[in-house]
Design a protein around this ligand. Structure first.
Ligand SMILES: *[C@@H]1O[C@H](CO)[C@@H](O)[C@H](O)[C@H]1NC(C)=O
Ligand SMILES: *[C@@H]1O[C@H](CO)[C@@H](O)[C@H](O)[C@H]1NC(C)=O
Length: 178
């Protein structure tokens, strides 16, 4: 009887874990969006930005919510055989989950969707020398994400007029962790 009960409790716990979290597309809770993330995939209408030597070929480590509601992104990237660490502060704007930062030009950064638990999709619009560039970033709580979440990312970048040729896969490509 005790074993049966234990089994029931365990399977209930497991069912909870496997049940997907609700996907949020507005009114984001930035406390829940913060924490550890891994870069999974990037998409851009200018792939030079996200390619191996691109300015946005960055691997996310953590996102910190600062006391003044700004976001601090901790990135790392590989340059000339070395791991380089870079942090970027994104200042809060009056809009929910919308931020701005100066990094290689003016940037607007916002969240498109997340379940907080497994994945998050960021949208960035950069303006530099009057030229607009859009970038979408898929981050995962774990270094590899399941196909349904990759499909959600594809749906998101297609909405911004991009296709698979506009993307680069960063999952498990972070040379710094080896
Ligand atoms: C945001 O999430 C945190 C952590 O889960 C929670 O403590 C807080 O109440 C949430 N805030 C709102 C406005 O729901
Ligand atoms: C928020 O705090 C960070 C870190 O101290 C700082 O860099 C940033 O300028 C602050 N933002 C505002 C709007 O005060």
């Amino acid at each position: 009887m005790l074993l049966l009960l234990l089994g029931l409790v365990l399977s209930l716990a497991l069912a909870q874990k496997l049940y997907p979290e609700e996907i949020v597309e507005q009114d984001f809770n930035m406390t829940r969006a913060a924490g550890s993330w891994s870069s999974i995939s990037l998409a851009s209408d200018n792939v030079m930005w996200i390619g191996v030597n691109g300015d946005l070929h960055l691997f996310i480590r953590t996102i910190e919510l600062l006391l003044n509601s700004s976001l601090l992104f901790h990135f790392r990237f590989w340059m000339q055989g070395e791991c380089v660490f870079v942090t970027v502060v994104c200042e809060k704007t009056p809009k929910n989950a919308e931020f701005s930062t100066v990094y290689r030009g003016e940037n607007k950064v916002l969240i498109l969707e997340t379940d907080y638990w497994m994945y998050i999709i960021f949208y960035l619009k950069n303006v530099r020398f009057g030229i607009e560039t859009q970038v979408l970033a898929l981050y995962g709580r774990i270094p590899v994400l399941s196909d349904p979440l990759l499909d959600r990312f594809e749906k998101a970048y297609r909405k911004y007029g991009m296709g698979p040729r506009n993307t680069i896969n960063l999952a498990e490509k972070d040379l710094c962790q080896y």
